[in-house]
Design a protein around this ligand. Structure first.
Ligand code: AP5
Ligand code: MG
Length: 210
């Protein structure tokens, strides 16, 4: 099963990726997490990506496509996967189709803009496992410590208000056409991502069983 997760910044892709991967019995990866991992290792790719991420812009297609296709072509991922946040430009979607033929399901998390800003401004991320929490909507049981692994939570640099505004603008310009691309292929499953985490999970469970 090859599943793509699409949606605006803060729409809940990362929160639900693990659940979807577990249901589909495949691995999941977030392109944003891959960039952040590269940065923590101080690789050339990570340092390049940071210059774009800090401004809320997309990392250029050539390096992004190469990074994600390398992950997909790893023998442990070839039988299936959940991709969170890739593709988000038309050239990325075309490159993925050229590599794979096609994908099985594209899940689009539909969330109004006002909710997105509220979610991103209160988000906390685990330094080790990258789990995503929210100060109010989805707090860790251990305060500022992750309840999935015992590391501290932090606020992402790109969750600051001015960067968030640009991320949403770039998303509208670059990624809306990709949603249409998959709608035309009849692959798109739209989930009401404005509901609670548990309600979204139930909706996803139904969509995956179809
Ligand atoms: P990335 O890390 O992928 O960021 P993003 O797309 O902006 O998405 P987010 O991670 O912000 O949102 P999410 O949908 O995962 O939300 P979450 O589940 O955490 O990418 C970062 C950067 O990397 C990009 O800006 C770009 O520069 C670069 N990049 C990555 N991929 C690229 C690509 N393909 N091409 C080019 N550049 C790329 O939830 C958000 C918050 O809401 C959390 O606090 C959570 O607890 C809370 N929440 C979640 N669900 C609910 C709910 N149902 N109710 C209430 N609160 C909820
Ligand atoms: Mg995410």
């Amino acid at each position: 099963m090859r599943i793509l997760l699409m949606g605006a910044p803060g729409s809940g892709k990362g929160t639900q990726a693990g659940f979807i991967a577990q249901k589909a019995k495949v691995s999941s990866v977030s392109s944003g997490d891959l960039f952040r991992k590269n940065l923590s290792e101080k690789s050339e790719l990570g340092i390049l990506a940071k210059t774009f991420m800090d401004r809320g812009e997309y990392v250029p297609d050539d390096v992004t496509i190469r990074m994600v296709l390398d992950w997909i072509n790893d023998p442990s991922n070839t039988s299936g996967f959940v991709l969170d946040g890739f593709p988000r430009t038309l050239p990325q979607a075309i490159a993925l189709d050229e590599e794979l033929g096609s994908v099985d399901k594209v899940i689009f998390f539909d969330v109004p803009n006002n909710d997105l800003i509220e979610r991103l401004s209160g988000r906390l991320i685990c330094r080790t496992c990258q789990a995503s929490f929210h100060k109010i909507f989805y707090p860790s049981k251990n305060g500022m410590i992750c309840d999935k692994c015992p590391d501290e939570l932090y606020q992402r640099d790109d969750d600051k208000a001015d960067v968030v505004t640009n991320r949403l603008k770039v998303y509208m310009q670059e990624t809306q056409p990709v949603i249409q691309y998959y709608a035309k292929q009849n692959k798109l499953i739209t989930v009401d991502g404005s509901k609670s985490v548990d309600e979204v999970e139930s909706e996803l469970e139904m969509a995956l069983n179809d």
